[in-house]
Design a protein around this ligand. Structure first.
Ligand code: SF4
Length: 341
């Protein structure tokens, strides 16, 4: 399938200044990512893992420190002016809070009409009106007449997020970057919004990056899952494989702490994390641990984990993990301990 958006070895460092001088925050390092047409890819991790920084880098909100971002094969990391505007039209960012990202003083007709006019997607009052009706229908706000003259505060959280999605669609994007797009919605309507995003993938071939801390929702919506820890991607593969056959201890931790009732531990298999008690906090990105960044929290940490960073290892076609257990035959350790990994 056609690759629409790609990140190659993308890095972002920030310099922070304090009373004791300046320090470098290694927010994101070595990110490789491909988004295909008609595909939803999830990026899962705790808060502070760098997920939002990745979304902001891909939307060109932040410049990269290293690496390259490509849209349809063309480098875009340093585009400016008209080329940057064109990029913003093709790659749309959806924010967490649908209320804060809509102008509370304007009705839906104005909010959607403005997006259409700014990007030259409709001309003249009649065409703009027709396109607004079409957009509302595409996001299942029907009949459109019922919504077009309302203000954001007159809509529910789920309806507002649909307006945010409709406004993004007005620009006819190739890609949407959803940064926790359902986390501020009522639990009862989250599924509706996820189903709408799936529909846009299936019917319109949209490519979507779905950023979340919730691996259960990633499993529901995504074709592929990437797991982020402390600014790096540590595992990636098809959703089924990552969920049912995780190959990185951190992914296993996420799954064990997920409320998804469909997945539990069976028989005498023990949880990797039963024996370590308090798992502590994610590490500082100013002074990240040497070697594997997960080593202070990992029950399998070996000497080499504290010294050298592991490479990516492909454990099955398209499924990889960045962990020393998969190098030099160390994954056998897990089998010996009868631990499902
Ligand atoms: Fe644990 Fe070592 Fe694998 Fe890191 S490389 S996840 S510390 S076993």
């Amino acid at each position: 399938r056609e690759v629409v958006l790609e990140a190659r070895d993308v890095t972002k460092h920030f310099t922070v200044r304090g009373s004791k001088g300046s320090a470098i925050v290694r927010a994101v390092e070595g990110i490789d990512l491909e988004l295909h047409r008609g595909e939803i890819v999830a990026m899962v991790g705790e808060s502070g893992s760098g997920k939002t920084t990745v979304a902001r880098l891909l939307s060109l909100y932040y410049p990269t420190t290293g690496g390259e971002i490509l849209l349809e094969g063309k480098p875009v990391s340093h585009v400016t002016g008209r080329k940057a505007l064109k990029y913003y039209g093709q790659v749309q960012l959806l924010f967490q809070d649908p209320f804060a990202s809509l102008n509370a003083l304007k009705p839906i007709r104005h909010i959607l009409g403005r997006a259409l006019k700014i990007h030259g997607k409709a001309r003249g009052a009649k065409q703009v009106e027709e396109r607004i009706h079409e957009l509302l229908t595409r996001v299942n706000l029907t009949p459109p007449e019922q919504y077009i003259d309302k203000y954001p505060h007159e809509l529910s959280g789920g309806q507002r997020q649909r307006i945010v999605i409709a406004r993004a669609l007005a620009v006819e994007p190739r890609v949407m970057l959803g940064d926790e797009p359902i986390s501020m919605l009522d639990v009862s309507i989250r599924l509706d919004v996820l189903n709408l995003l799936k529909k846009l993938r299936d019917e319109e071939g949209l490519a979507l990056l779905y950023i979340t801390h919730d691996i259960a929702s990633a499993r529901y919506i995504a074709d592929r899952i990437n797991v982020m820890y402390a600014g790096q991607m540590v595992e990636g593969g098809s959703s089924e494989e990552v969920i049912h056959d995780p190959q990185h201890p951190y992914t296993r931790l996420l799954l064990d702490s997920s409320p998804d009732p469909g997945r539990g531990l069976e028989g005498d298999q023990q949880s990797l994390f039963d024996e370590v008690g308090d798992l502590g906090e994610p590490p500082s990105l100013i002074t990240p641990p040497k070697g594997c960044r997960f080593n202070p929290r990992c029950p399998f940490a070996m000497d080499i984990c504290n010294e050298k960073e592991p490479e990516k290892v492909e454990v099955s076609p398209g499924h990889w993990a960045k962990c020393w257990l998969h190098q030099e035959g160390r994954a056998d350790l897990l089998k010996q301990r009868n631990i499902q990994f």
